[in-house]
Structures are given as structure tokens and as C-alpha cells.
Design a protein. Structure first.
Length: 163
């Protein structure tokens, strides 16, 4: 049997990413399937999705630059388009719109979701902010992908268990 070797020093360190975001002070909410993973739901995903306050792009990008994550758009372009990507061997989709309308016409405002956020500890020193369950469901209604409908069902089940 082969000997176990240490992880490649160039490998992505997820906890370091979350720590850097938290220490930056950026108003960043983890959304998408990684948020479901944090909540303990059985889903798979390879990327990260954040909804970021539009005023915090520079501080968010600066916090992640040491990890080699490069922005696909300048802050001005990202604000204009409402989204951008940070990428290297990992992918982080960043939503920067002040508000998004769901497929059923509900307007979802970042400021409102930020006020209802919850902190989820990943370790005793690192935590990540997530929208409330209801707000996370709303973010899943930004698109009509089949996996979003599945995720909504999982979140509704979790919400039912919590009440």
C-alpha cells in the first residue's frame, strides 16, 4: 500500500478563503449550494456563490487576491452587470446587484437579506454568513434550473424541521 502524502501546498484552502472574507469585513453572504452544504443538506457542488454588497467589491477582491483568485470584471463593470467571477483552479460567482427579482416577480433586496443573516461557525475561529432559510429559498428562485427546485424542496423540509 502506498504511503499517504501531505496535501499539495498549492491546493485550495476553503477555510482560509472563509477566514479572509470574514476578516475583510466585506458584507458577503454565502448563497447557492455551498450554503446548503453548510446547513448540512446532502448536495454536491464544486463552486462558491456569494451575494456581496456592491460597495464591498474592492475589499472582497483584495481579501481573496492572495489565493490567486482573479476577477473577471473591474468593480465598475461588475456593478454595471450585477455579477462577476473570481477564478483560478476554483470558481467563485459573485452577485453584486442591490436587488434581484425572482422568477415569480418578488423583489429581493440585499440590504433586507443582510439584516436577517445568520452566522454559521465552520471552526471555533471561522464563521460564514448565510441568508435566513426563507431568504435562501428566495435566492434559489432567481433562476429556473432543475437543481434549484430540488434545493428549494430540501430547504423547505429543513425549515419544517426547525419550526
Amino acid at each position: 500500500m502506498g504511503e499517504l502524502t501531505a496535501m499539495d501546498a498549492g491546493a485550495f484552502d476553503e477555510l482560509d478563503m472563509f477566514r479572509r472574507i470574514a476578516e475583510s469585513g466585506a458584507r458577503a453572504l454565502l448563497i447557492g449550494r455551498q450554503a446548503l452544504v453548510v446547513l448540512g443538506l446532502p448536495v454536491l457542488t464544486a463552486d462558491y456563490d456569494f451575494w456581496l454588497h456592491a460597495d464591498d467589491l474592492a475589499v472582497f477582491n483584495a481579501a481573496l487576491a492572495p489565493l490567486g483568485l482573479a476577477a473577471s470584471r473591474s468593480p465598475a463593470e461588475a456593478r454595471q452587470f450585477g455579477r462577476y467571477v473570481l477564478e483560478n483552479s476554483e470558481r467563485i460567482d459573485v452577485l453584486v446587484a442591490r436587488a434581484v427579482t425572482t422568477i415569480d416577480g418578488q423583489r429581493v433586496e440585499f440590504e433586507d437579506i443582510w439584516q436577517r443573516r445568520s452566522s454559521h461557525p465552520l471552526t471555533h475561529k471561522v464563521a460564514v454568513f448565510l441568508p435566513s432559510i426563507d431568504d435562501l429559498i428566495a435566492t434559489k428562485r432567481f433562476a429556473t434550473r432543475p437543481h434549484d427546485a430540488h434545493d428549494i424542496r430540501l430547504l423547505e423540509t429543513l425549515r419544517g424541521r426547525m419550526s
